[in-house]
Design a protein around this ligand. Structure first.
Ligand SMILES: Nc1nc2c(ncn2[C@@H]2O[C@H](COP(=O)(O)OP(=O)(O)O)[C@@H](O)[C@H]2O)c(=O)[nH]1
Ligand SMILES: [Mg+2]
Length: 249
């Protein structure tokens, strides 16, 4: 039997101390119908991230010649997943904060066809070490997305997200700096079904977060505004619904 393909992709910038451990923990044989491959999007790292990823068994590495930003890296990850023939994709940060062991949990709703887009949700699960200002920032940006989408969301900034093939093909990330909020707004407004799965999260012990408060706010808010102003194709929503009706017969 020909197996389907699941691709685990990691955006990475200077994660030489972390990425090897994340790749080593990716479960490779958890589903009889899927083979699992690991893809790293190295965003112009100037340390030994690529070497560490290769040594840990990454199947594919795409390197940007210079640093473009996390949004650009996730966009490239989704594109490469499609080019590599992925039926399902999951992104996970390369900094050892998210649990690769829970990849099966986060993908389960997509595998059974109940969702198109999933988050590993820290605020539905267990969090270790998150500082108060980061927690408040997460609540604020999550609340903003929930208000704009008129639905409850628990963890709008999660760095662990699963995608159906269809969602990967049609996702749009409109800025290079980040993807977290604009991607969810984009997919949910297109009609893709979102589910959040509780995960355990542990703040990184090595390396540094790229987030600087002012730059984050001044980049992310205008991008959210622009994404909300983009028209959503009604045709796309209808096609999605027809496809679901057919597959549920
Ligand atoms: N592509 C890309 N990834 C980055 C950049 N900065 C950080 N990352 C990666 O994005 C993920 C999340 O970044 P991190 O700084 O930990 O953000 P935080 O978890 O929100 O504090 C990690 O896998 C980083 O390696 C960047 O400039 N470009
Ligand atoms: Mg992080």
């Amino acid at each position: 039997m020909n197996k389907k393909k699941m691709i685990v992709f990691m955006p990475a910038h200077n994660e030489e101390d972390n990425i090897g451990g994340v790749i080593a923990r990716v479960p490779r044989n958890f589903h009889p119908q899927y083979e699992v491959e690991v893809l790293v999007i190295d965003d112009g790292s100037n340390d030994r991230t690529v070497h560490a990823a290769r040594a840990a068994g990454a199947d594919h590495i795409v390197s940007f010649p210079h640093n473009k930003g996390l949004g650009a890296a996730v966009r490239e990850g989704l594109k490469q997943c499609c080019l590599l023939g992925g039926d399902i994709g999951i992104m996970i940060d390369a900094d050892n904060e998210y649990p690769p062991e829970q990849i099966p949990d986060v993908l389960a709703p997509i595998i059974i066809g109940r969702a198109d887009y999933t988050f590993g949700s820290r605020f539905k699960g267990h969090i270790q070490g998150m500082k108060l200002h980061r927690r408040l920032g997460n609540y604020t940006f999550t609340l903003l997305q929930a208000a704009l989408l008129r639905r409850w969301i628990y963890d709008g900034q999660s760095g662990m997200r699963g995608f159906s093939r269809d969602a990967m093909e049609n996702a749009v990330i409109i800025h290079d700096y980040n993807y977290a909020q604009v991607l969810t707004i984009n997919l949910v407004r297109q009609g893709y079904r979102l589910e959040e799965i509780p995960i355990s999260y542990q703040v990184r012990t090595k390396g540094q977060s790229f987030i600087k408060f002012r730059q984050y706010v001044s980049s992310v808010l205008p991008a959210i505004y622009r994404e909300m102003r983009r028209p959503v194709s009604k045709k796309r929503k209808v096609t999605l619904q027809m496809h679901r009706d057919e597959t549920s017969i």
